[in-house]
Design a protein around this ligand. Structure first.
Ligand code: R1P
Ligand code: URA
Length: 291
């Protein structure tokens, strides 16, 4: 079995993985990811018992229990460049033996569930509502750096996207990955379900013009109008497609749930996003603790 060198899998002085500063025994098999480091405590305050707590840079990790269910919650910060770091390090924690630096014979399939915030692209997906992402559609550039397989359904949906949404050459190489079906089936009542577009920025890549002129002024209209059978684009944010993509590459089950804080069609922003996010956390934890 090939030994992974010190420069490739970097461990710190306490034997913890480089960016997360977490050791294998400090991670649960069910992992909740959030963007905002302050949201980690907002999730773990619902734990019955907190077992460990670590922070390095923007990566805060709490592991504990709700009843018998062991859970980890980790912050990713903003963007899919951070998702590359977090997903690879979570995977290394369960699937690489840190003593021998070799891939384990028996691999662990993590459940990775994002609890994020997002902007809606449909008038009827209102602020303070929740969206479960049926697919992550990446306009960022992470997944093309990995080898991955698409299903026929994913290929057809991506082809429809290319036909309906005109992106200028060189701006993006869109990719599309479906949610883990077994996880997504548990989140139905009280959740919209639609395609989530993951963008490489918050302003121009999400059609926001403050002072910088937009190279794609029709982006929001085209994303909102997209239809392929019953599939439509409900929202956009900055992490989901990376999580779905790397979960596919590494053999984990990924799911992304978002609280809608902005509705870009109605041009509205939540009046109390903290309360709405807390409600998403409570509703989601009630399901996650039974997984
Ligand atoms: O609230 P989080 O989980 O960070 O998610 C959203 O908020 C950030 C932008 O404000 C991006 O990370 C976006 O994906
Ligand atoms: O509009 C929004 C709101 C939250 N997060 C985003 O990425 N975009």
């Amino acid at each position: 079995m090939k030994r992974i060198a010190e420069s490739e899998l970097i461990l710190n002085s306490r034997g913890a993985v480089y960016h997360l500063d977490v050791r294998p025994e400090e991670l649960a098999d069910t992992v909740i990811t959030v963007g905002d480091p302050d949201r980690v405590g907002e999730v773990s305050k619902h734990f019955d018992k907190l077992e460990s707590s670590h922070q390095h840079r923007e990566f805060v990790t709490h592991t504990g229990y709700i009843g018998q269910k062991r859970l980890t919650v980790v912050s990713t910060g903003i963007g899919t460049d951070n998702i590359d770091i977090v997903l690879n390090e979570l995977d290394a924690l369960v699937n690489i033996d840190f003593n021998t630096r070799t891939v384990k014979d028996s691999l662990t399939r993590l459940k990775i569930i994002r609890l994020g915030t997002s902007g809606a692209l449909q008038a009827e997906v209102g602020v303070d509502s929740f969206v479960v992402s049926s697919h992550g559609l990446g306009l960022d550039n992470l997944l093309p750096w990995y080898e991955f397989e698409n299903t026929t359904q994913e290929k057809d949906l991506l082809q429809a996207f290319h036909k309906q949404v005109q992106l200028k050459n060189g701006s993006a190489s869109p990719y599309l990955i479906a949610a883990g079906e077994s996880l997504s089936a548990k989140f139905t009542t009280g959740f919209h379900k639609g395609i989530t577009v993951t963008c490489p920025g918050f302003y121009a890549p999400q059609g926001r013009a403050l002072r910088g002129p937009l190279s794609h002024p029709a982006l929001i209209d085209q994303l909102t109008a997209f239809r392929e059978g019953s599939d439509y684009i409900s929202n956009f944010e900055m992490e989901t497609a990376g999580i779905y993509g790397l979960s596919r590459v590494l053999g984990h089950d990924g799911l992304s749930i978002s609280t809608i804080v902005a509705n870009r069609i109605r041009q509205e922003f939540s009046k109390d996003s903290g309360k709405a996010v807390d409600s998403m956390i409570r509703q989601s934890l009630a399901i996650i603790e039974k997984l």
